[in-house]
Design a protein. Structure first.
Length: 87
């Protein structure tokens, strides 16, 4: 598992696999379950992570600025704008 934290939006993304995200389920408060074609979990996006005290004890790569946008292309959800980790 890999975790990425976006400091500008207080968003934590937990990556469980490298499979292509095909669909997502909004589970409230802006949190998303991101699923592959077999509806297996690929990522979990958690909004307001620090504010909700979810961050302590999690090792993560910090990201400053930038956003990741998802769009549906040919029936698949794909990342359009990759972000760069802090050096």
């Amino acid at each position: 598992m890999k975790a990425t934290y976006f400091t500008d939006t207080d968003t934590l993304v937990l990556h469980f696999s490298d499979k292509l995200v095909e669909d997502y389920i909004d589970i409230g408060v802006g949190d998303l379950l991101e699923l592959d074609a077999n509806r297996e979990l690929v990522k979990l996006t958690i909004e307001h992570a620090e504010e909700r005290n979810i961050l302590p004890g999690i090792e993560f790569a910090e990201i400053e600025g930038g956003t990741v946008e998802f769009e549906q292309t040919d029936g698949r959800w794909v990342e359009r704008e990759p972000v760069k980790p802090l050096s």
